[in-house]
Design a protein around this ligand. Structure first.
Ligand code: COI
Length: 353
C-alpha cells in the first residue's frame, strides 16, 4: 500500500435501491449496491477498491474453505431524523477484528483500510440505510485466507471485504433458550473469544437439536463442567438478579461483545449495581424459582436487546414474565435513542460518515 490510502471507486451502472421495500425489512435479505475489497499479497496490503456487489471467484484449494481461516465483524449504521448517518462504535469493531486476526494467524488490518473504507462505502450506499423504526444497515467486514494451497499452514495471502445489508430485528419476538450441558462451544485456550467462522459452524448442530424441541437458541455453559453460564450463540447474555445486572466475565471462551460493553457502561452510569462474575446454572435456576431473577436478555449487534421469555434447564421450562422487562426495555430505548441522535451521546459512540 502506498503511504496515503487511495480507494478506487467503480460504481454500479444500475442501483438496486429502488427495489428496497423500507416498510418490510427483514434480517439481511438484500445486499447493498457496493462492496469494499482489498487483498493482502506478498506481505503487503493493496489499495482498496469499492466495486459493485457480486460473486467472488475463488480457487477450489482456498484454505478458508478447507480449514476455516476466516474472521468477521458485525456493526450497524443508523439514519437520524435530520438525515445524518452514524455508525455505532466502529473503532471497537476494528480493534476486536484485529484481536481475532491475531488468534487466527492473519495479518493486522490497517485502521485506514477499515475506517476509511467503511466511511467511503457508506457514503456511496447511504440510500441503503433504512430509517423505519427498528431497522438499520448491518455492516459485515470479513477477512479470509486466499492462498491456493491445501497444506495445513497459515495462508500467506488474504482478502478483506465489507458488505452491507439493510436489517430489521434478528429475533422478531422474545426468545426461548435452552441451557446446553452436553455440547461445547468453546474451551479454555480455544478460539471462543475470536469472531471466527468455525465457532459458528460448531454451534449449528446443537442449536438445530434445540430448535427441533421448540427453542430459538442455546445458553452455552463452560466446556469443562457445564456448570457456568457463558453466552448465547449469537449474543452475550445478561440477567437482572437480586436487582443487580449480572453477566459472565469475558475471557478466552466468551466473545467480548460491543453491545455487552455498551449496556454495562450505561448501567454503571445510571448507578446500577453491575456484576461481571461467574454465574452458575444452579444460581440462575434458584433465581428463576424464587423470583429473584426478574429479567434475562441477550445483547448483540444483530440481536440488539433480545428479551428471553423461556429458559429451559434440565427439562424444565422456566417462564419469564413480560411485565418484568423493566431494565431491558429501558436499556433498549436508551441505546436506540443514542444511536438515532435522540439522546446525548455521552461516550462518543456515534461515528458520523
Ligand atoms: C452480530 O451480532 O453482529 C453477529 O455477528 C451475530 C450473528 C448474526 C452471527
Amino acid at each position: 500500500m502506498e503511504d496515503t490510502l487511495q480507494i478506487t471507486i467503480n460504481k454500479t451502472l444500475q442501483s438496486r435501491v429502488q427495489n428496497l421495500d423500507y416498510n418490510n425489512i427483514q434480517f439481511a435479505r438484500e445486499y447493498s449496491d457496493h462492496m469494499l475489497v482489498t487483498d493482502f499479497k506478498g506481505g503487503e496490503w493493496e489499495n482498496p477498491e469499492i466495486i459493485p456487489y457480486g460473486n467472488l471467484s475463488l480457487s477450489p484449494a482456498n484454505p478458508a474453505i478447507h480449514y476455516g481461516q476466516s474472521i468477521f465483524e458485525g456493526l450497524k449504521a443508523y439514519k437520524h431524523a435530520n438525515g445524518k448517518i452514524s455508525i455505532f462504535r466502529p473503532k471497537a469493531n476494528y480493534n476486536r477484528m484485529n484481536v481475532s486476526a491475531k488468534r487466527m494467524v492473519m495479518p493486522h488490518i490497517p485502521e485506514e483500510i477499515f475506517m476509511d473504507g467503511l466511511t467511503e462505502l457508506l457514503r456511496l450506499d447511504q440510500k441503503w440505510v433504512p430509517d423505519v423504526d427498528g431497522t438499520s444497515l448491518y455492516i459485515r467486514p470479513f477477512l479470509f485466507a486466499t492462498d491456493e494451497f491445501i497444506g495445513v499452514r497459515p495462508s500467506q495471502d488474504y482478502k478483506f471485504m465489507i458488505i452491507t445489508t439493510p436489517v430489521g430485528a434478528y429475533y422478531s419476538k422474545p426468545v426461548k433458550v435452552k441451557v446446553e450441558t452436553h455440547y461445547t462451544r468453546a474451551v479454555k485456550g480455544g478460539t471462543g473469544y475470536a469472531k471466527t467462522a468455525g465457532n459458528y459452524a460448531a454451534s449449528l448442530y446443537p442449536a438445530m437439536l434445540a430448535q427441533k424441541d421448540g427453542y430459538d437458541q442455546l445458553i452455552w455453559t463452560d466446556g469443562q463442567n457445564h456448570e457456568l453460564i457463558e453466552e448465547s450463540g449469537t449474543m452475550n447474555i445478561m440477567f437482572i438478579l437480586n436487582d443487580a445486572l449480572v453477566t459472565a466475565p469475558t475471557g478466552d471462551t466468551i466473545l467480548d461483545g460491543i453491545t455487552r460493553d455498551s449496556v454495562l457502561t450505561l448501567a454503571k452510569d445510571w448507578g446500577m449495581k453491575v456484576e461481571e462474575r461467574p454465574l452458575s446454572v444452579k444460581e440462575m435456576v434458584e433465581g428463576l424459582e424464587s423470583g429473584a431473577l426478574k429479567e434475562a436478555f441477550g445483547v448483540g449487534t444483530a440481536a440488539t436487546i433480545a428479551h428471553i421469555e423461556v429458559i429451559a434447564s434440565d427439562g424444565i421450562d422456566y417462564k419469564l414474565d413480560e411485565s418484568g422487562r423493566v431494565f431491558s426495555q429501558k436499556m433498549l430505548k436508551a441505546l436506540t435513542d443514542i444511536r438515532l441522535g435522540l439522546a446525548e451521546d455521552k461516550f462518543g459512540w456515534n461515528y458520523y460518515i
